[in-house]
Design a protein around this ligand. Structure first.
Ligand SMILES: [Zn+2]
Length: 213
């Protein structure tokens, strides 16, 4: 009985579950509210075995992952108040509160310079070069790689779906997410799906954090 009840509760959510590599438009969303219920595959088996506990556990593990990334220490340790003083409200929402800009609205979505650098809009650390950028059609700036060490990943396996958040390695500012294996003809087959709001482009050469000179 309980199992049936849960099935009927869960099944309306199933159409939202789309394998990442099959639906570039869906999967390319930097995982906002639409990705919060994609637990369909595991649900029937799990429910039969242990009732509701794993389901609740999934929410706790989600919180734990979020917390762990938030408490990681970064060289730039400004407080929220200090960030509010230098960021506009939209930058604060996205960089410091892990928000997402609407698809297709970002300043750098269709921005394809031949050279230049995309710096962190919070702390100005160089993150991506123009050479890393490619046209993904997803509605957000897409990069197949970053400047070495500039971007830190936080993997979250909640709901049985791997999501990898990317943040600025210098200030921890939220950039977006990385998706792998989508079949883009790039050297890495990775797509760093980044909010334009998190970036500030400059034509200047990168500050070369990797430089050995
Ligand atoms: Zn930063």
């Amino acid at each position: 009985m309980r199992s049936h009840a849960y099935r009927s509760l869960i099944s309306p959510l199933r159409p939202q579950v789309t394998p990442l590599r099959l639906a570039s438009t869906l999967s390319s969303r930097p995982l906002s509210s639409s990705a919060k219920h994609p637990r369909s595959k595991a649900v029937p088996k799990t429910i039969r075995a242990v009732s509701t506990i794993p389901f609740i556990g999934a929410f706790f593990s989600s919180n734990r992952n979020t917390d762990s990334s938030a408490t990681m220490s970064y060289p730039d340790q400004r407080s929220d108040d200090q960030w509010r003083a230098v960021l506009n409200p939209e930058q604060f929402r996205i960089l410091r509160e892990k928000g997402t800009e609407r698809a297709g609205t970002g300043e750098y979505d269709a921005h394809h310079p031949s050279k230049g650098v995309y710096n962190c809009a919070g702390c100005d650390a160089p993150l991506y070069t123009a050479d890393h950028k490619f046209k993904s059609g997803c509605g957000w700036p897409a990069y197949f790689d970053s400047i070495p060490g500039a971007v830190t990943r936080h993997v979250d396996n909640t709901f049985g779906m791997k999501r990898t958040e990317i943040v600025c390695s210098n200030c921890g500012g939220h950039l977006g997410h990385v998706f792998e294996g989508e079949g883009y003809p790039t050297p890495t087959d990775e797509r760093h799906c980044v909010n334009s709001v998190s970036l500030r482009f400059t034509e200047d050469a990168p500050k070369e954090p990797k430089s050995k000179a």
